[in-house]
Design a protein around this ligand. Structure first.
Ligand code: GTP
Ligand code: MG
Length: 374
């Protein structure tokens, strides 16, 4: 734990232990030289001697049991279970990203589901013959790059939408570059094949320049020709995504404490901070103490993309979570931890670091201004 003895603190500050004991006595605590001081007490005491205490014992990663990158072999193979792929749709403006996401969701809404397409939580999953696929609902490159900038990898597969009547355009290229940089495989959806002037062969030809070569041309890229508007070949596209997912052999250990990524978050008038979490490792349960960014709390409620209340959420499941003390940023990681104190410690430690960073920034600015005046 984060503590230091009276004797050790005195030694570090170059004063006699007796002096510190006397000081503490004046403050009303009778202590011995071996008495442990917690971080706050030590910091306060030290400040009286013009010292600053740095909390080196505070090891965030240990508390969070964080494994930055799960390397093969680090996790016991018998604990790993297959998990659904997480898919992002990218492509040029107006090529049909939103229409495609809508068509996929509509194809998956069973007649019995009241109200048809339900809640928007920023992510949803579909099922094809019992196999699940999770879709991130935020098409576009910004969400993707924002998450990548934070070192988070939220996506397993990118569906690249290219309109068959328009072909490869600037944002198509951008999307390809993003996916390649993130080492995420691309499944190509040639869209708008219902249009009379559509030319899927030309799109394939154009994409070969980027190394995206269809299998029937001797390459390795999976293509599907669809119409989001007319709902043509949507199931076939999902099949192709599952095929790509099989190649990736996606696995996770659902037996651990939950860890996920914030897809989106907002402040709800009635429910407080509400965050859509994509669970990436382990299982998140109601009541779990959690920390995300500089916020902490307990999972108070979880709702899936269909608006159903759920008690737990495993790998690749998106859920809307309430119970955090504040609104985290998209791309922040969320951890379930052992107890709420730990969640609070981590959050407060981060808050403090943030404040320090901001203070350093402002003092730097004022120094610069000072020099500017001279
Ligand atoms: P941005 O979000 O603005 O980048 O566009 P988007 O990629 O989400 O495209 P969106 O789904 O909004 O579709 C753009 C236009 O293309 C709309 O008018 C759609 O109705 C139309 N569209 C999308 N898919 C198809 C299709 O399969 N066939 C035809 N004919 N039109 C389509
Ligand atoms: Mg759109």
């Amino acid at each position: 734990t984060d503590s230091i003895t009276v004797g050790e603190l005195a030694k570090r500050m170059g004063i006699k232990a007796n002096e510190l004991i006397r000081e503490l006595m004046q403050q009303g605590s009778m202590v011995t030289i071996n008495h442990p001081l917690d971080f706050d007490t030590a910091a306060l005491l030290a400040s009286e001697y013009n010292y600053e205490v740095e909390n080196v014992a505070f090891d965030e990663a240990t508390i969070l049991e964080e494994v930055p990158v799960i390397k093969e072999g680090e996790e016991a193979p018998e604990d790993l279970r297959p998990r659904p792929p997480v898919v992002t749709v990218m492509g040029h403006v107006d090529h049909g990203k939103t229409s495609l996401l809508d068509a996929i969701r509509a194809a998956n809404v069973t007649a019995g589901e009241a109200g048809g397409i339900t809640q928007h939580i920023g992510a949803y999953y579909v099922e094809l013959e019992g196999r699940k696929i999770t879709f991130l609902d935020t098409p576009g490159h910004e969400a993707f790059t924002a998450m990548r900038a934070r070192g988070a990898k939220a996506t397993d597969i990118v569906i690249l939408v290219v309109a068959a009547d328009d072909g490869v355009m600037p944002q198509t290229r951008e999307a390809i570059n993003h996916a390649k940089a993130a080492d995420v495989p691309i499944v190509v959806a040639i869209n708008k094949i219902d249009k009379p002037d559509s030319n899927p062969e030309r799109v394939k030809q154009e994409l070969t320049e980027f190394g995206l070569v269809p299998e029937d041309w001797g390459g390795e890229t999976i293509f599907a020709e669809v119409s989001a508007k007319q709902h043509i070949n949507i199931d076939q596209l999902l099949e192709m995504v599952l095929l790509q997912a099989e190649v990736l052999e996606l696995k996770a250990n659902p037996g651990k404490r939950g860890r996920g990524i914030i897809v989106e978050a907002r402040l709800d008038k009635g429910r407080g901070p509400v965050a859509t979490v994509l669970v990436q490792e382990g299982t998140l349960h109601i009541g779990d103490p959690i920390v995300s960014g500089v916020h902490f709390g307990r999972v108070r409620s979880m709702v899936d993309d269909r608006g159903n209340r759920v008690d737990e959420a495993g790998p690749s499941m998106p859920v809307e979570v309430t119970g955090l003390s504040g609104v985290p940023d998209a791309g922040d990681l969320l951890y379930a931890v052992e107890d709420e104190k730990k969640a609070k410690d981590v959050a407060q430690h981060r808050q403090q670091k943030l404040r320090e960073a901001e203070l350093a920034k402002t003092s730097k600015i004022s120094l610069d201004q000072l020099f500017a005046k001279i």
